[in-house]
Design a protein around this ligand. Structure first.
Ligand code: SF4
Length: 685
């Protein structure tokens, strides 16, 4: 069935009201209201759409409701739900993908709208079709991905079927039916996803759209789907609703849509239909990490793009995104005229109370997102429900939200041993519940392994951990004692009712591999030029010019220590038994690290192990062919297993009323698990 040309008549566009922020705090513009389409937002802080994997039955879940409501309770003006598909072929690779088109979506979205409204906030839903970026093998009922052209997706590597007229019509109708469902549910508006090279973006972009019919070629033809979708939605929902678009203001791919092209696209959209706001993201599946920029990018990295789009579309509210993690920066972005709204998505994931803290002058209490991506995007890419490295309550609001941290029935004497992330979080939560907490740390400063991580290039933002936690511990009256190693007798002398052992781990220097349990270690590991990553980070001068770094655990520790050495001029060769360096690091981030390493002249040998170490070389063996070769070197850096430091736990067992073993001291793992266990122990104390 042919799709009619989009009508050019559309309901009039709402205009932004002038900033009129309340006096009495440092962020008058940030906390000023703004009219967007048919709704008034209480302030300019937005949690933008991001995939959570919280869906149930492919619908918005109670977990979503709790998660978004927590951010509204914390003071955000608007939340935009994660993508809600408009057609069964819109799934990307998200096993819990939510759909907005089924009738049951109304009830689930209604629960969300009611909860958000009850706390004075607004909620939009993001409507989306993933197009060519669809994993057709995601479910046992295989899906046939569709797209404007038959180019394969870079992530899922499947070529889609080129869409025919009736496919396009079905998708347009899917957007309209989904928008009608959202409106019926009481959701305040919709954001139509036209960016990140999803379906509408694919049609817009000459990079993805290779069609020669009326849907491809000229700008008018490439705009046809976007306009048809918006017009059909307006026909269906009427003028008293709000609909905006999310765009990639620069696709950052050669032959794709640059900023000037997107200015033209946006101008055409606002001139030819009604667009209530423009959310300016950036990048495509082919542009690397910039879509969700990690700590390797500066704060506010995309603000200039929002400013350019705002300049091209005067009168249409524009939303800026990209590492806006602090209210002072957000205020500056708004005051500079770059944008009308700020997306503070990961900032709110990390600290849902950021707006209320900023508004009440408690900025020092804000826990800032550090851009690590470890528990948010990293987990999302693994198909796991997202959380936050620094805030383990994220995604567990019903059980662990700030309002659920109840005072302990009885004030107990709690001793926490170990001032790394796990111990500090245990002490903080226990103190917040009203316990009398003593924290013992053998080093002169708190932070544990964080003290080393911040030395790695571009990882200094981990210093938020050694800023925020000690300050919170002080604020909560925790008795912090540093610089002396705890003993069992010393702990017992404090007469504790609860002891939490968070004494961490130490790197194993034997070269033992759990993949080769038949040998006790790596021959030559005892030689003086063999170091651990910790030793190198503590004393970089100990590493020689040519370094072999062994990545056995696939972690940031190996990749970022290799980066540390390479940037300091060492000739680094990484040897890993896996198919790539840093197998536990999301693709986007490891791509950045590979780029940094390659530019610094480092080399990565995959599917290889160091068989033995000699004073001036190592023997490297391929894990499949078993062929080997020698490689000269001056130093060897092992990033292999770690040994838990749990002696105190064993000595105290049975001698105190309650004893917990958490974090690396229980089993050396990643930091999000350590902080999670610290939080849990603090609640259990
Ligand atoms: Fe920010 Fe890291 Fe938390 Fe993600 S996991 S929200 S990047 S601090």
């Amino acid at each position: 069935m042919a799709t009619p040309d989009p009508p050019v008549t559309a309901p009039p566009r709402a205009t932004a009201s002038a900033p009129s922020g309340p006096a009495g705090h440092r962020f008058p513009t940030l906390f000023s209201p703004l009219r967007v389409g048919a709704v008034e937002l209480a302030n300019r802080i937005v949690m933008t759409a991001h995939v959570t994997h919280y869906g149930e039955d492919h619908l918005i879940s109670q977990r979503h409701v709790d998660y978004y409501t927590e951010r509204i309770k914390g003071g955000a003006g608007l939340v935009i739900t994660e993508v809600q598909g408009v057609h069964p072929t819109s799934t990307a690779g998200f096993p819990e993908v939510c759909f907005a088109f089924p009738p049951e979506a109304v009830e689930r979205n209604a629960a969300l709208a009611a909860s958000v409204h009850a706390h004075g906030g607004r909620v939009f839903a993001q409507l989306w079709h993933s197009g060519m970026h669809t994993d057709g093998r995601l479910f046992s009922h295989y899906i046939q991905p569709v797209g404007p052209s038959s180019l394969p997706c870079t992530r899922y590597r499947e070529p889609p079927r080129e869409m025919e007229e009736e496919d396009i019509e079905e998708v347009i109708e899917g957007f309209a039916a989904s928008a009608a469902n959202l409106k019926a549910a009481g959701i305040d508006g919709a954001e139509i996803h036209m960016g990140h090279s999803y379906l509408i973006g694919q049609f817009l972009s000459p990079y993805y759209n290779r069609r020669t019919d009326r849907w491809g070629g000229s700008l008018d033809n490439r705009l046809r789907l976007a306009l048809a979708v918006l017009d059909r939605i307006w026909e269906r929902v009427g003028a008293d609703w709000t609909v905006g678009v999310r765009i990639s203001a620069d696709e950052l791919v050669p032959g794709g849509l640059g900023l000037a092209d997107m200015q033209q696209v946006c101008q055409a959209l606002v001139a030819r239909t009604r667009v209530d706001f423009i959310d300016c993201s950036v990048g495509t599946f082919n542009s690397g990490a910039i879509m969700v920029p990690p700590m390797y990018f500066p704060h506010g990295v995309n603000v200039h793009l929002a400013a350019a789009i705002r300049g091209a579309c005067p009168g249409t509210p524009v939303l800026a995104v990209g590492r806006i993690t602090d209210p002072a920066l957000a205020e500056k972005v708004l005051d500079s005229g770059a944008a009308d709204l700020v997306g503070m998505t990961r900032a709110l994931l990390c600290d849902p109370e950021l707006p209320n803290k900023a508004r009440s002058g408690r900025t020092e209490e804000i826990l800032h997102c550090i851009g690590c991506l470890q528990a948010c995007l990293g987990r999302m890419h693994d198909g796991k429900a997202i959380s936050c490295l620094l805030n383990p309550a994220a995604g567990k609001e019903r059980e662990w939200g700030p309002g659920n941290l109840v005072a302990a029935a009885e004030r107990r004497r709690v001793v926490v041993v170990g001032g790394g992330p796990a111990g500090m979080e245990a002490a903080r939560v226990a103190a917040q519940r009203g316990h009398a907490v003593t924290l013992l740390e053998k080093q002169s400063a708190l932070g544990g392994q964080v003290q080393l991580i911040v030395r790695q290039p571009k990882r200094e933002e981990f210093g938020e951990i050694t800023r925020w936690w000690p300050r919170e511990l002080e604020r909560l009256g925790v008795d912090v004692r540093t610089g002396r190693e705890a003993t069992a007798e010393g702990i017992l002398a404090l007469d504790p009712q609860v002891v939490i052992v968070a004494t961490g781990s130490v790197p194993d220097k034997t070269g033992f591999s759990y993949h080769e349990c038949d040998r006790p270690g790596m021959p030559g590991a005892e030689l003086p030029h063999v170091l651990t990553a910790w030793e190198v980070l503590e004393s970089p001068g100990r590493a020689g010019g040519r370094v072999i770094l062994v990545d056995e655990n696939g972690s940031y520790e190996a990749a970022c220590t290799a980066d540390f050495l390479a940037q300091r001029g060492h000739k680094v060769t990484v040897v890993t038994r896996w198919f790539r360096l840093g197998v536990d690091i999301p693709d986007a981030v490891i791509g950045l690290l590979y780029t940094r390493l390659a530019k610094a002249g480092a080399e990565v040998r995959t599917t290889a192990v160091v068989r033995e170490i000699a004073p001036d070389h190592v023997l490297i063996e391929n894990v499949f062919s078993k062929s080997s070769q020698t490689e000269p070197c001056d130093s060897v850096v092992l990033v292999m297993g770690k040994t838990p430091c749990n002696r105190l736990y064993r000595e105290l067992k049975g001698r105190v009323p309650a004893l917990h073993l958490i974090g690396d001291a229980a089993a050396p793992r990643v930091m999000d698990q350590a902080i999670y266990e610290g939080h849990k122990a603090g609640r259990q104390a």
